[in-house]
Structure formats: C-alpha cells, structure tokens
Design a binder for this molecule. Structure first.
Ligand code: T3D
Length: 255
C-alpha cells in the first residue's frame, strides 16, 4: 500500500493503491505515517519525495471506509486527530526538504498532504480539489494553515469555499506548483536537494517557520543563531575555501 525506497539519499514514498485512487483507508494512513517518520529519523535520508502510483496522487479519505465507520457510529473525531494530524505535522515539520510529485488528482486530505510539503512538482494531469465542502466537511490535515500561506488568504478562501478544481497550469500560476514535469524531473530536483548543504536547508526551513510566527527582532536573533550553526559546518567551510581558491565547488556531505 505504501512503497518506501531510499536511493541516492532520497526517500521515495509512494502511495500504492492505484485502483482506489490512493485513497487513505486505515492501513494506508498507518503505513504512510510510519514511512514519513522513518524518512524523518533516518540520517542517511537527506530529502524526501512523496508521490502516488497510477492516475491519482491521492483522492483523500477513503469514503467507503468512512461511510462504514459512520454507520457504526465511529465517526469523524478519531481519524483526523489520530491519523491525519500526525502525518501532516511530520511532513510539515520535517527538517529535510520534502517534495510532492503530484502525478494526478489530489483531493481533500490528499491535497492537504501535498500542501504540507516544501515544494510540489505536478504532471500535466495534476489537479487539486478542495473536496471537503462538497461532502459537508471543513478542511483538515492543515489545509486551512498551509493553503493561505501558499496562495494568500483570498485565494485560499476562494478555493476552500468554492471547491472548484485547480488545473496544473492554474496551480503553477498560483505558485502551488514549482514546475510541471515528469517524475524523473521531480527526482532530479530532489536528488539535487539531497546532495545539497543539508544543515543549511534545516536552518532555512527553521528560519522560515520561525519568521512566520515571530517579530522581525526575534527573527533576526534566530537567524543569527542558525547562521552560527551553519558557519560551523564542514560543508560551509569547504565551500568558502573552494570559492576563494577558484576551485570547483566540493560535494556537500550534509555536515
Ligand atoms: O474523519 C474523517 O475521515 C474525515 C476526513 C476527511 C478527509 C478528506 O479527505 S475529505 C475528502 C474526501 N475526498 C473526496 O471527497 C474526493 C471524492 N472524489 C472525487 O471528488 C473524485 O472522485 C476525484 C476528483 C478525486 C476524481 O474524479 P474522477 O472523475 O477522475 O474519478 P471518479 O470517477 O470520480 O472516481 C473513480 C472511482 O474512485 C469511483 O469509483 P467507481 O465508480 O469506479 O467504483 C469513485 O467513487 C472512487 N473514489 C474517488 N474518490 C474516492 C473514491 N472512493 C472512495 N473514497 C474517495 N475519496
């Protein structure tokens, strides 16, 4: 249901339930959480690529399973708190870069998981559907937090209230997608990040997250602390030495 491979320091996590549009049933959610946490905790992994097998990235909650739960009186509350929230948080707070390759439709919580990643690359057939309202639900999996930060509050409101599908081209225009391309192009981008200055990326992500909720003065202090840590890295010191000696930039080792 979830495939997990590590190649060239990239953890490739693939939602693999193509006949069901990679919808998230209980097993999928448990395995996806385990895979994301494994990538997070593995120091050999320096970047993560999340994608789906088949024609969908992820159509969100498996509504067949959901309907069975509703019929049994096991409704809404547990699923979001116990399953979606930890996955969204693990993706959004991952210290290393996380890229979603949106290979097809991303709906509901499926779209929200893509929004929790650092960057999104889409196929020509990628589309985003904020499907929550159409079935009488509000956004979850962090969409009400991530989407306004990605496209601005007015666009996020429009997308979440109207629920109209956003095509790959429109998503590119809105900045939801970094590029439209193939899976191998997305992999090239992730490998580039996996071979980059990992500690500097950790600090960059930390600074962006910190700056989103703190004052300029506080953020300046935080940046100074983070820069001290970057200055101490072997990657920084080797890169400066190579630059000044007019040598080819050395490989970054992530330390
Ligand atoms: O506590 C909780 O669990 C709440 C948590 C909620 C989190 C959420 O994610 S809420 C949002 C859930 N997702 C949706 O509402 C999406 C529903 N699906 C669609 O809107 C469309 O199917 C898509 C836009 C995703 C794709 O459209 P299209 O035209 O490409 O395909 P289709 O023909 O609509 O669907 C193909 C099949 O997949 C179809 O089944 P069939 O007729 O071939 O047997 C369809 O029913 C099934 N399918 C699609 N999405 C889901 C699904 N089956 C179960 N759950 C789905 N989410």
């Amino acid at each position: 249901m979830i495939n997990y491979d590590v190649i060239e320091a990239v953890a490739l996590i693939t939602l693999d339930r193509p006949d069901a549009l990679n919808t998230l049933n209980l097993n999928m959610k448990r395995s996806l959480r385990a895979a994301v946490e494994r990538a997070r905790d593995d120091s050999a992994v320096r970047a993560v690529l999340l994608t789906g097998n088949g024609r969908a990235f992820c159509a969100g909650q498996d509504l067949r399973e959901h309907s069975e739960n509703l019929a049994r009186g096991r409704g809404l509350f547990g699923t979001v708190r116990n399953h979606y929230n930890p996955i969204a948080l693990a993706l959004a707070t991952m210290a290393k870069p996380v890229i979603a390759y949106v290979n097809g439709v991303a709906a509901g919580a499926g779209a929200a998981l893509a929004f929790a990643c650092d960057l999104r690359v889409g196929s020509e057939s990628a589309k985003f559907s904020m499907a929550f309202g159409a079935i009488g639900l509000a956004p979850d999996s962090g969409a009400s937090w991530t989407l306004p930060r990605l496209v601005g509050p007015a666009r996020a409101r429009e997308m979440l209230l109207l629920g109209d599908e956003i095509s790959a081209e429109k998503a590119l225009e809105l900045g939801l997608l970094t590029a439209i391309g193939s899976l191998s192009e997305a992999r090239e981008l992730v490998v580039r990040l996996a071979h980059g200055p990992t500690e500097a990326y950790v600090a960059t992500k930390r600074a962006l997250d910190f700056g989103a909720t703190h004052t300029l003065a506080e953020t300046l202090d935080e940046e100074a602390d983070l820069q001290d840590r970057c200055v101490a890295t072997e990657d920084h010191q080797n890169a400066v030495r190579a630059f000044l000696n007019k040598e080819k930039q050395p490989r970054f080792h992530g330390r």
